[in-house]
Write a protein that binds this ligand. Structure first.
Ligand SMILES: *Cc1c(COP(=O)(O)O)cnc(C)c1O
Length: 357
């Protein structure tokens, strides 16, 4: 199997080997040390400002999006949500559920957020902004620095869902001024799904510590208190946290976050160059490094996904909704090589020559 989806993605051999071992008991100094090292690495790779902290949640990243909405905002906030696809829209649904006043900045799918569009909301007493830096459904990368400048100018609390962009696209939390960053284990971290990390800067810690949260599991103040000693309030996905540790160390050994981002970028460039020989169009403005959405000029996108899966054992990522038959996505994160891209391109050429598209 060759997996070009955008999560779960392929893991390194070392990460897979940990998954084959027995899971240890976790209320130990040894496991606490692993957790504190995970925190140190993740803060470093996101370039979090001094005094920031990270918690590791045993839930998929949507759980962390929900936890952030619950712990950082109340009915007296007014938040702006960049709604450019299904992940942006998830923040809209969460604010509906929790009664957080919001306005959705709707973007046509595949379109980037321009400064002109954003500054239509300038000076309108927004207190928060929620954005998925890579809107994974369309592969559009928003400009975290440009949005950060807007937030600084307006004194806005800035939340970045970097679930698919962390370790794939450049991101500097200190420089762009983000107050919260969310990421997950199964995207560029290239581990199994089940764990999500939330980074909180001092300004975010202030909000979280004073939050009156009606939840036991999603009480981030409780998670933070436990994390002071490298622990979690409840049993975490111990095995995945050990795999995350191996992966974070692996990245360090290979030159750190910047080197990993360059590797993903080269993986994306290689694919985008090779696919030009085939009848496909690119569909997104300012594409993120992690994923390329392509539109087959001939043939049905979903059918191509099925043929690749059933006849070639290659997985690409189908799109849902009204993009199901026109677009599929090819991921560049996880343990993939340029040779793997060639295998995929050759399979597509074969499908093409068989007259199936
Ligand atoms: C994958 C992803 C998520 C979370 O998805 P889960 O299925 O909950 O892990 C959230 N936001 C973005 C931008 C994503 O790419």
């Amino acid at each position: 199997m060759l997996n070009f989806t955008i999560g779960p993605v392929q893991s390194s051999r070392e990460v897979c080997a940990i998954g084959a071992e027995q899971v240890p008991y976790f209320r130990t100094p040894e496991f606490s040390a692993v957790m504190l090292e995970n925190e140190k690495f993740i803060l470093e790779y996101a370039r979090a400002p001094e005094g920031s902290r990270a918690v590791f949640m045993t839930n998929s990243s949507t759980g962390s999006m929900e936890a952030v909405v619950m712990n950082c905002f109340t009915e007296s906030d007014k938040v702006l949500i960049v709604d450019g696809g299904s992940f942006g829209h998830r923040f809209v649904e969460l604010c509906e559920i929790y009664g957080i006043p919001y306005e959705a900045l709707r973007l046509e799918h595949g379109r980037s957020l321009t400064k002109e569009r954003l500054y239509e909301y300038d000076g309108q007493s927004f207190t928060g902004l929620l954005v998925n830096i890579d809107e994974t459904s369309t592969g559009v990368l928003y400009d975290s620095e440009m949005i950060g400048d807007f937030c600084k100018k307006n004194g806005i609390f800035y939340v970045c869902d970097c679930v698919s962009s962390f370790l794939a696209d450049p991101f500097d939390m200190t420089h762009c001024g983000a107050n919260v960053m969310i990421t997950g284990s199964q995207k560029a971290l290239a581990c199994p799904p089940g764990v999500s990390a939330i980074i909180l800067t001092p300004r975010a810690l202030e909000r979280v510590i004073h939050a009156k949260v009606k939840s036991m599991y999603f009480n981030l103040a409780d998670s933070l208190k436990n994390m002071e000693r490298g622990q979690t309030p409840f049993t975490p996905a111990v095995g995945i946290l050990l795999q995350i540790n191996a992966r974070l160390r692996e990245i360090k050994k290979n030159g750190g976050a910047d080197a990993e981002i360059l590797r993903v970028e080269a993986q994306a460039d290689d694919f985008r160059r090779k696919i030009r020989e085939l009848p496909f169009e690119f569909v997104s403005e300012s594409p993120a490094n992690g994923v390329t959405p392509v539109h087959p000029i001939r043939g049905d996108a979903y059918r191509i996904f099925e043929i690749l899966k059933d006849e070639y054992s290659i997985w690409v990522c189908p799109n849902g909704g009204d993009m199901k038959h026109t677009i599929f996505r090819v991921g560049h994160i996880g343990h993939l090589s340029h040779e793997d891209n060639t295998v995929l391109i050759n399979a597509l050429k074969d499908i093409y020559s068989r007259g199936l598209m």
